[in-house]
Design a protein around this ligand. Structure first.
Ligand SMILES: C[S@@+](CC[C@H](N)C(=O)[O-])C[C@H]1O[C@@H](n2cnc3c(N)ncnc32)[C@H](O)[C@@H]1O
Length: 274
């Protein structure tokens, strides 16, 4: 079957709808600290109009709403209706009335223009045509407005080994491309694409993010709460216990003195201007 962009968007929305109950809720710190660091580097100030593209459960939306304050405004969009509903509920719970959240496609934004800052944290690799998406995102900014992106640049050897375990169940076998969402995004490619899209004053830094798991069961819960669930769906149920044991063996050498398992990913933070 030919997979069209429309099919891909439906399956992405279905996947993130299914993740809404656990995404960023497992106690493993990753999405929230990455979003917070990105907002530090984007230097968001009170009164600004901010856009959060692919907001998920609001890892960037809530801090953005706080940073822009009562004189500012935050708009957030996501393809997943359930992620949108969850972020809306969190805004209400935290009494943040200066933000609105809509279901929308990041590749065809219908949110108006003239934003001071647009943020896309851990979203770019999910786009069908990332280069075109970057041009589109720059286009909704006011001249001089900032586009702030986070992407995973690289993962450590234990993570690569675990990812390779999933390859056995890839349609097409080992060597077939992995779902785009869990592949690292090459930093040099990102910078080329931003330049091609006409971005100015590009500043980028890659920093280590350490993810800690009490045990392999916590790793499993985290993995199932992310886009990696798409890969779990291909592992036959009866094979999953043996699969998890292999993961435990691969991660066993990563434990520190505190006994926690520990993996390290490089996260790239990039801020550019229109
Ligand atoms: C890895 S999550 C990141 C969410 C959030 N930014 C965070 O840092 O926690 C990616 C999000 O992008 C959304 N997404 C994927 N493709 C999208 C698209 N074409 N348009 C809008 N949102 C999209 C997914 O539904 C998901 O909520």
């Amino acid at each position: 079957m030919r997979v069209t962009a429309g099919h891909r968007r439906t399956s992405t929305a279905d996947l993130f709808d299914a993740l809404v109950g656990s995404y960023d809720q497992t106690g493993v710190a990753f999405f929230a600290p990455v979003a917070e660091r990105l907002l530090d580097l984007a230097t968001v100030v009170p009164g600004e109009h901010a856009l959060d593209i692919g907001c998920g459960r609001g890892a960037a939306t809530l801090p953005l709403a706080r940073l822009v304050g009562p004189r500012g405004r935050t708009t957030a969009i996501d393809l997943s209706a359930k992620m949108v509903a969850a972020t809306r509920a969190l805004l209400v719970q935290h009494q943040l009335t200066n933000a609105e959240v809509h279901v929308g496609d990041a590749q065809r934004l219908r949110v108006g223009r003239g934003f001071d800052v647009a943020v896309a944290s851990l979203v770019l690799p999910l786009m069908d045509t990332p280069g075109a998406a970057l041009g589109h995102w720059l286009g909704v900014l006011r001249p001089g407005g900032r586009l702030a992106l986070s992407t995973v640049d690289a993962v450590d050897a234990p993570t690569r080994a675990v990812n390779s375990l999933f390859d056995r169940w890839q349609p097409g076998g080992i060597g077939s491309p992995r779902p785009i969402s869990i592949r690292p995004y090459d930093g040099a490619r990102l910078l080329d694409q931003l330049e091609e899209a006409g971005a100015a004053d590009i500043e980028t830094v890659s920093e280590a993010a350490v993810l800690k798991f009490a045990d392999v069961e916590e790793w499993r819960r985290f993995s199932m709460s992310t886009a990696q669930r798409a890969m779990w769906r291909r592992v036959p149920l009866e094979e999953q216990p043996a699969f998890l044991q292999q993961v435990a063996d691969l991660l066993s050498g990563t434990g520190g003195p505190d006994g926690q398992l520990r993996v390290e990913w490089q996260v790239r933070y990039t801020v550019a201007r229109r």
